[in-house]
Design a protein. Structure first.
Length: 341
C-alpha cells in the first residue's frame, strides 16, 4: 500500500516514523537513526509529513520539502490531545500522524535559513542583555554591602564603576576591588558585544522592506520590526489582527461557561520575546502620549483615566500587534488617522 500520511517524531539521534495509507491503515511503524532519515524519505513517494514544531523541525522540514514531500509543522500542545495513552516515541509519532490530517489543525510556517539567522541574532542579544542585567545587579548589591548605593537604572552603573576605579577614600578592600573590577570588565565587554549585535540587526532591518514598513508604526523600532518580520513568515495565516494578538498572548484568558463570560489576565501564549518587545514599546509610548496628543493618542489618554497604566500598556501592545498584522497583510506603511473638523 502507498503511504499517504507520515508522522515523524524528532529527536537527537533516534527518530520514530508512523505512516498510514489513504484508508488510515498503518503501513509504517519503525525507528530511524539520524543518518538514515533522509535516505528513508528519499525512497518514499511524495506524501504528507507532519512534525511537531521544535528547534530542529525547520531544518528537517526544509530537507524533506526538497525531496518533494508536503511538510507541516504543528505546535506540540495541539498534538498532545491525540496521544492515546502513556508517553513513548511510537505513541507520539502516531499522534502526530493523526493530528496533521485534522481540518481544524493550526500549522507553523517553515522558516528559511535567513529568517533563522536573524532570529539567532535576536536571541543572542537577548541572552547577553540578561547577563548584563545580572552583572549590574551583582555590582549594585556588592557595593551596597559597603554602604555605596545609587539610583536605579543602567545609566547609574557607570557611577558605581567610577567609584570602584577611583576608590579615593580607600574604603574598599583590595580583595573586593579585585572581584568588582572583574564584574565591571565583563559589563564593558557585554556592552560592546550587544552594540555589535544591534548594528547587525539594524543592518538586516534596512534591507528588509517588510521590516521597514513595520518600523513606521509608533512604538515599534528597528529591533521589534526585525523580530516581527523574521518570526511571522506569512501574516495571512492569521484571519485577523486579533488572532495575531491572541497568538502573542496579549488577549485575556477565558474561563467562560454556561453563557457567562469570564475574562482574566492575558494568556501569555505564543512568542514571549515578541510580546516583551511590544510591551516595552508600548511602555515608551505612554511616556510621550501626553506631549504629542495626536488623534491616535486620544484613545490611550481616555483609557488612562479609567484603568491603571500597566493595564493600558498591555492594551496598547495589543493594538500595536493588530496594526502590525494590517501592515504585513496589506503590505502598506502605517498611516496616522486623520481627524476631520
Amino acid at each position: 500500500m502507498t503511504t499517504t500520511i507520515v508522522g515523524l517524531d524528532l529527536a537527537k539521534n533516534v527518530f520514530q516514523v508512523h505512516g498510514v495509507d489513504s484508508h488510515g491503515d498503518i503501513v509504517i511503524r519503525k525507528q530511524l537513526r539520524r543518518a538514515k532519515v533522509l535516505s528513508f524519505f528519499a525512497d518514499l513517494p511524495p506524501c504528507l509529513v507532519g512534525m511537531e514544531a521544535c528547534a530542529s523541525s525547520h531544518y528537517w522540514g526544509r530537507e524533506l520539502k526538497l525531496l518533494g514531500h508536503d511538510v507541516r509543522l504543528m505546535p506540540p500542545h495541539y498534538v498532545k490531545p491525540y496521544v492515546k495513552r502513556g508517553k513513548s516515541d511510537a505513541a507520539d509519532a502516531e499522534a502526530i500522524c493523526e493530528a496533521v490530517n485534522r481540518p481544524s489543525m493550526r500549522f507553523v510556517p517553515l522558516k528559511g535559513t535567513e529568517q533563522q539567522s536573524i532570529l539567532m541574532l535576536h536571541r543572542t542579544r537577548s541572552l547577553l542583555v540578561r547577563q548584563r542585567t545580572m552583572l549590574a545587579n551583582a555590582l549594585r548589591s556588592h557595593l551596597s554591602e559597603f554602604g555605596i548605593v545609587v539610583g536605579k537604572g543602567m545609566e547609574n552603573i557607570t557611577k558605581l564603576a567610577a567609584i570602584v576605579e577611583n576608590n579615593h577614600n580607600a574604603y574598599l578592600p583590595e580583595a573586593a576591588l579585585t572581584a568588582l573590577r572583574v564584574i565591571i570588565g565583563q559589563l564593558g565587554d557585554l556592552k560592546t558585544r550587544v552594540n555589535r549585535l544591534e548594528k547587525e540587526i539594524i543592518s538586516k532591518h534596512r534591507k528588509n522592506p517588510e521590516s521597514k514598513r513595520l518600523a513606521t508604526i509608533p512604538g515599534i523600532g528597528p529591533i521589534t520590526a526585525s523580530a516581527l518580520s523574521a518570526t511571522i513568515t506569512d501574516a495571512t495565516q492569521f484571519k485577523s489582527g486579533r488572532q495575531l494578538a491572541a497568538w502573542l498572548g496579549l488577549v485575556p484568558r477565558q474561563n467562560s461557561s454556561g453563557g457567562k463570560q469570564k475574562l482574566g489576565r492575558i494568556s501569555k501564549q505564543g512568542d514571549q520575546y515578541l510580546r516583551q518587545l511590544l510591551v516595552i514599546g508600548a511602555t515608551s509610548m505612554l511616556g510621550v502620549v501626553n506631549k504629542k496628543k495626536t488623534p491616535d493618542d486620544e484613545w490611550v489618554i481616555t483609557l488612562l483615566h479609567k484603568k491603571p497604566p500597566r493595564l493600558v500598556t498591555v492594551a496598547l501592545a495589543n493594538k500595536m500587534a493588530r496594526i502590525a498584522w494590517a501592515v504585513m497583510s496589506r503590505q502598506e506603511v502605517y498611516k496616522v488617522r486623520q481627524v476631520h473638523t
